[in-house]
Design a protein around this ligand. Structure first.
Ligand SMILES: Nc1ncnc2c1ncn2[C@@H]1O[C@H](COP(=O)(O)OP(=O)(O)O)[C@@H](O)[C@H]1O
Ligand SMILES: [Mg+2]
Length: 225
């Protein structure tokens, strides 16, 4: 069953007197344990689509379903709560806080949660991405690939159903990018999360279960290699 679904989503942006239709009736879904890669030219609507899936923005028309619940009309507070508990984010430029150690960065999104032992889970996640010996290093003491592995561990701290990644290998060399993709593939299975990634990186297509091509706000192709 799909954990996230966009149903006939239209997104219009108003800039001055001009209206841009960034998404023109998009249907999309992703399952737990599935990696979906979204590709398409610049300006085609990839980030807009990721923002809809991540509940960072709401559609002009159409519906968003999370775990079979229609969340389209949720309030800002309700969406924040869904994001916090259900969705992890990984960014191209890592977005780690420079003054915090690796383990503190991983713990950060679970600050509000008193019911789990956050520290133990953070340590466990860092071990799983091969950073068990880097727990107390700050980002400037880590390589780009290591920083991205910290970011991947952080995205999983609240046991999300969905992991969203915007160009996760964009700032990494090819070998390091490959390591991150192998890590994501393993965690996808271990944690049973849906991964939705936007990328320009062709090597990502070797790891993906489903490729979605979007052009000019319209999904042109869905391929399962
Ligand atoms: N906040 C915004 N205001 C106005 N237009 C926007 C905004 N965000 C995106 N757009 C427009 O929507 C279209 C899709 O943008 P985007 O989703 O960022 O594409 P991509 O990520 O594929 O490069 C583009 O024409 C872009 O200029
Ligand atoms: Mg974009």
């Amino acid at each position: 069953m799909s954990v996230i679904e966009l149903e006939d989503v239209i997104k219009r942006y108003q800039s001055g007197v001009e209206t841009v239709e960034a998404l023109k009736g998009v249907d999309f879904s992703a399952d737990r344990g599935e990696m979906v890669t979204v590709i398409g030219p610049s300006g085609s609507g990839k980030s807009t689509m990721l923002n809809m899936i991540g509940l960072l923005d709401t559609p002009t028309e159409g519906h968003v379903h999370l775990d079979a619940r229609d969340v389209t009309d949720f309030s800002e507070d309700e969406l924040t709560e869904e994001r916090r508990t259900g969705i992890g984010f990984v960014f191209q430029d890592f977005h780690l806080l420079p003054m915090l150690t690796a383990v503190e960065n991983v713990e950060l999104p679970s600050m509000w949660n008193t019911s789990v032992d956050r520290h133990d889970r953070a340590v466990e996640l860092l071990r799983r991405v091969g950073l068990g010996d880097r727990l107390d290093h700050t980002p400037d003491q880590l390589s780009g690939g290591q920083q991205q592995r910290v970011a991947v561990a952080r995205s999983l701290i609240n046991e999300p159903d969905i992991l969203l990644a915007d160009e996760p290998t964009g700032n990494l060399d090819q070998d390091t990018g490959q390591t991150i993709l192998e890590e994501l593939t393993r965690l996808k299975e271990d944690e049973n999360v849906a991964i939705v990634a936007v990328t320009h990186d062709d090597q990502m297509l070797d790891y993906t279960d489903t490729t979605v091509r979007i052009v000019d706000g319209v999904i042109q192709e869905v391929a399962q290699p």
